[in-house]
Design a protein around this ligand. Sequence first.
Ligand SMILES: *Cc1c(COP(=O)(O)O)cnc(C)c1O
Length: 408
Amino acid sequence: MARLNDNYLKLAAGYLFPEISRRVSLFSEANPNADVIKLGIGDVVLPLSSAVRQAMHDAIDEMATAEGFRGYGPSEGYDFLREAIAQNDFGSRGVRIDPGEIYASDGSKCDSANIQEIFADDATLAVSDPVYPVYVDTNVMAGRTSNPDANGRYGGIKYLPCTEESGFMPSLPDEPVDLVYLCSPNNPTGMVASREELSKWVDWARANEAIILFDAAYERFITEDLPHSIYEIEGARECAIEFRSFSKTAGFTGIRCAYIVIPEELRGKDSKGNSVPVSDLWSRRTNTKFNGISYPVQRGAEAIYSAAGAKEVQANIDYYLANATLIKEGLSKAGFTTFGGVNAPYVWLKTPGGRDSWQFFDELLEKTHVVGTPGSGFGACGEGYFRLSAFGIREQVEEAIDRITKRF
Ligand SMILES: *Cc1c(COP(=O)(O)O)cnc(C)c1O
């Protein structure tokens, strides 16, 4: 038999969402008439904006003509998209990002999973806890860790606890690491790092020659005066990579488009101690392993920056944020302790009566037929917490909150 990659076998009991699906399927089989409301997985529900649809239709029509046909495009994305991103996502906020520093892709999941490949096998890393599982699992697959302990924590990863006392913000690592993954607005806690908070990280990264991997998939949900990009912080161009996605921004979870920013100034060192631009390696990787995203998708993504597209996209964000408010206020009135939900589509709640996260999951499903996500699935520090997603149809969100407040 062919030898397998043992690192994959270290992964703790499967991915979180398949386990949720398994429990929901069992419940639905046993209770075929139950009207189950899913506020668990972070997937959008509203239809695509008409500006996006039109742009994609036009691109397909264009491809069906002799003059308009296109084959392979540039692996990093077409200039029209990279320019639109640089101008609208950064320039408009006073942040200088060159279109050449932007690499379009088919998702931030892949980008945040793949980025570790261009760092040394023995590069050290820190992650906040709780955390989006992709950052940890991909480093496990790459062999940077030992087997997990009883809490699901891997040796070789520095965990930065995000607790209620610290406002769910990670503190700086107490030992040097090469890479640190930060996510703001945060999945799962819904909390956002302030300018001061991010400045602290940038100063630390520069002083320690570390690189911050900054996941800003939810920046569009920020309603308060808080940084949308790490590059709003002085010095971040020398120490940070940023991930952005059209998934939550514009309902692209099924269309697939995202991008990564690697500033020209960002450097790493090779085994001889030479300083090398990080973008050289990412560019090489992209051109070797990826042939770009489809032209119609890139035209659709570009359309979110048109006047009509921007308005439609904002209306959807507002809809989800209004759901988040309903969830947060409804639960607070019912006596739950809640966090997040103001600058993010997630409400993070403390499980009542000291129940553990999975106990609360099962009880919630049993009593109210509502599906959420157990906090412990995001890390040891998520134990005793629970995530409800605002990505739902309004009537269902209202119904879910009504049921929860009545039964708890
Ligand atoms: C949803 C999400 C993404 C986006 O992933 P895509 O692959 O672009 O759909 C990235 N990071 C986090 C933390 C997310 O929750």
